[in-house]
Design a protein around this ligand. Structure first.
Ligand code: FES
Length: 143
């Protein structure tokens, strides 16, 4: 039974993250540990797959809060199975597609601003696209 568990150092080494990262993930509710007789953190082997998923999600820019929400509460003895991974990755795929479209649109709008520097609330697409603030009346609208 003892070899079914990993110490925090073993998980850190095998997952390629610092121990402090595992503690951080635990504080954020992303992973859960158990305690041995000496009250040291121990992890089931399945934690390695969960940490790998967290790292992949972070590497594509998904915030930790969204990762935690997608993964749900971490039952200590349960690995992320194929069905759960399919569900989570589908949600992240849609989220990433939305972000890419938003950033692409922002990049295209910003193309007009590069080298301009006018910061015009009348003409700049980043500050006031199509002068939509004019519909709110005269004077400062963004303060
Ligand atoms: S800064 Fe001039 S158009 Fe945006």
């Amino acid at each position: 039974m003892a070899n079914r568990y990993l110490t925090v150092g073993e998980v850190a080494r095998r997952a390629g993250v610092p121990i402090s990262t595992l503690h951080f993930y635990e504080r954020k509710g992303l992973i859960a540990s158990e305690r041995n007789a000496a009250n040291h953190r121990i992890y089931r082997r399945q934690i390695l797959r969960r940490v790998a998923v967290i790292k992949v999600a972070q590497s594509v820019g998904i915030p930790l809060a969204e990762i935690a929400e997608a993964l749900g509460a971490p039952p200590p003895g349960k690995a992320l199975d194929q069905e759960e991974w399919a569900r989570v990755s589908a949600v992240w795929h849609d989220d990433l597609t939305e972000r890419i479209e938003l950033l692409t649109a922002l990049r295209d709008k910003m193309a007009k601003c590069i080298g301009c520097g006018c910061l015009s609330v009348k003409n700049c697409p980043l500050f006031n696209e199509d002068d939509h603030l004019a519909a709110d009346g005269p004077g400062a609208r963004l303060l």
